[in-house]
Design a protein around this ligand. Structure first.
Ligand code: FAD
Length: 310
């Protein structure tokens, strides 16, 4: 059994690394579980990031995450590229178990496990991510000036993304597998009134085309089975996110969509000494800077919690 640490951080995206930086600089010697396969988080899978403040000319996602990692390490954060597979967060001393079965103990835990955007599950989807395929209009819309774009989905996020993209795009086609949208009435009306936005109902994307960059998609009408090819250079997939809360679902309070519930603007969860930060909590903003911001808040909340114990 390991010594009792001050703080363990689960997750290594902008939220986890920022929490690591702040707790390390507060001499709390954080132990950070980065994840076995996806250390560095969602930005490891993208190309250029142009909206993280401080990088005037933009920065590649993996480079940004390497910088965050190195900055946290410089102040003494202990970083472990492994997954946590079980937790007990209920007592005064929290325990987390890694894939080798080793149990690590701490007085405070920061959960920063992020959320996974849902994919279509089609060949070429991963290869063309950042090369015409995106899951975030706020992040990437600017790269699509005068492009023909398809947005897949029918909920609030899809319609919001389509409306935002129509500022830049030549055309935006919303492809939805039903014959009506799930989005709010107001949002629907805005989309219906937008001359750049058109709709393909009862349809799904069944193929993605393009070698180096996206060049088009194949659509299939789910009622008639008819297929057609749409030449587009942008594909925005807006079919939802799955917060990574499976590990915590019997101990921490989650909302109806599975996101971790915190006492916002505080990062406290329902369990004393357990804090949540980043996209595992946030289904509204989902940006690297907001994740980093709440990572900072969680570190400060943990620091104050630990100071009160002393
Ligand atoms: P994540 O970055 O998702 O990191 C979570 C981490 O937790 C992962 O490393 C994972 O391995 C780890 N983890 C999960 N479970 C466990 C476990 N059990 N044990 C150990 N570790 C675990 N935002 C922008 O601001 N600008 C952009 O240009 C931009 N582009 C994007 C492009 C793409 C393709 C995607 C997918 C997202 C983009 N975003 C962008 C959004 C941004 O990446 C996220 O908002 C941000 O990464 C969320 O940070 P996070 O720390 O909450 O979670």
């Amino acid at each position: 059994m390991s010594d009792v640490r001050n703080v363990i951080i689960i997750g290594s995206g902008p939220a986890g690394y920022t929490a690591a930086l702040y707790t390390a600089r507060a001499s709390l010697k954080p132990l950070v579980f980065e994840g076995a396969v996806t250390a560095g988080g969602a930005l490891m899978n993208t190309t250029e990031v142009e909206n993280f403040p401080g990088y005037r000319d933009g920065i590649m996602g993996p480079d940004l995450m390497d910088n965050m990692r190195a900055q946290a390490e410089r102040f003494g954060a202990e970083l472990v590229p492994d997954d946590i597979i079980s937790v007990d967060l209920t007592g005064d001393i929290k325990t987390v178990t890694d894939t080798a079965g080793t149990v690590h103990r701490a007085k405070a835990v920061i959960v920063a496990t992020g959320s996974q955007h849902r994919k279509l599950g089609l060949p070429r989807e991963d290869e063309l991510s950042g090369r015409g395929i995106s899951w975030c209009a706020t992040c990437d819309g600017f790269f699509f000036k005068e492009h023909d774009i398809v947005v897949v989905g029918g909920g609030d996020t899809a319609i919001e993304e389509a409306t935002f993209l129509s500022r830049f795009a030549k055309s935006v086609t919303i492809v939805h597998r039903r014959d009506a949208l799930r989005a709010s009435k107001a949002m629907q009306e805005r989309a219906f009134a937008d001359p750049k936005i058109s709709f393909v109902w009862d349809s799904e994307v069944t193929e993605i085309h393009g070698d180096v960059k996206l060049s088009g998609v194949t659509l299939r009408n789910v009622k008639t089975g008819e297929t057609s090819r749409l030449p587009v250079t942008g594909l925005f997939i807006a079919i939802g996110h799955d917060p990574r809360t499976e590990l915590f679902k019997d101990q921490l309070k989650l909302d109806g969509e599975g996101y971790l519930t915190v006492d916002a603007p505080n990062t406290r969860t329902n369990l004393t000494g357990v804090f949540g930060a980043g996209d595992v909590v946030d289904h509204t903003y989902r940006q690297a800077i907001t994740a980093a911001g709440t990572g900072c808040s969680a570190a400060l909340d943990a620091e104050r919690f630990l100071a009160a114990l002393a």
